[in-house]
Design a protein around this ligand. Sequence first.
Ligand code: NM2
Ligand code: OGA
Ligand code: ZN
Length: 383
Amino acid sequence: MLTTVRLSDDGRTVQLGWKDGAVSRFHAMWLRDNALDDKTRSAGNGQRLITILDIPAETRIDKASIEGGALEVRFVPEDKTVSFPAQWLWANAYDRVESRQPGWTGDVIQRWTKSTMQNSVPRASYAAALHDRGVLREWLSAVRAYGFAIMDGLPTESGALCKVADLFGYIRETNYGRWFEVRAEVNPNNLAYTNLGLQAHTDNPYRDPVPTLQILACIENTVEGGESSVVDGFAVAAALQAENPDGFRLLSSCPARFEYAGSSGVRLQSKRPMIELGPDGELICIRFNNRSLAPAVHVPFAEMEKYYAAYRRFAELIEDPSFEVTFKLEAGESFIVDNTRVMHARKAFSGSGKRWLQGCYADKDGLLSTLAALEHGFKEAAE
Ligand code: NM2
Ligand code: OGA
Ligand code: ZN
């Protein structure tokens, strides 16, 4: 609840007092740009109708008061009066000191290890997720929190994995196709299409932007071996940072390079760090793939030994069984990973039987959008 309002800096800022004693300052320019009236924002779709250039650079507030619990201000020289709900101001307040360490993540991200995840892997059946929006919401919410979930009960037929993507968004087509067959082949164009074990990795780090989600679905799996595992890259990055802050700094500040040129007409290349931080230090992406790592040429000569030591230690932690959650996909089962965070691996396989998986990529922004819309719908229904 808003209790006081005071203008300062000649009306270029306003200071709000809250019932609990908190104070938040806002700039007149910021408030004007974010005004909620229907001349500033379309009442229909919420999009902004004006540009920054429509707002006078000398914008100030010459009158501010609390009216019916909301903040009412008059902007000059426009002579425009606008009201801001207290709840909106509280939710959008920016006047605080952030003391976040590089590598921080938001509240919705929950890091995990084998001990916290192995016996509580998020799982839903396809039929339940399709027919019950509560089940779908929980499953998508697990993908957001953990970057990993299993979906079972899929038809054991080619293309069934697309049904998983259809629940929340769209498939991202690449040179590997709309989806791809993951089985041992003669003359494979990618080591994924062999019976070799694959070290835990993220897919397609040579693409920019990387595919943000991967779905792998099992149609048949009767071989010896071929188990899957997943590793939380954000948990491993935090462990590396705790024991070797300088190594973390190197892997997050020096660009690595990745390349794939395994089939004709394709030469994908990227230049991105193995651990990527956003402009405010937020941990945003892990890229890790021994098969497609290209020669590093953006690491200073004087730092290369330390860089390799950090890369080695990162790899050791990724292989550490205490981070690894293992399972064997059965026919009709699939899993989804946030490919910007969670690495996946498979054990080698051999012997009699057949292993046939299909994989596809999809976009996380679409998944998060569907989840946010579901959550919004549930909230409205509860009100
Ligand atoms: N496949 C399965 O990123 C990679 O190269 C891993 C990707 C070939 C689409 C394998
Ligand atoms: C892949 C991959 C794992 C598997 O196709 O990207 O990692 O279980 N496959 O075959
Ligand atoms: Zn893979």
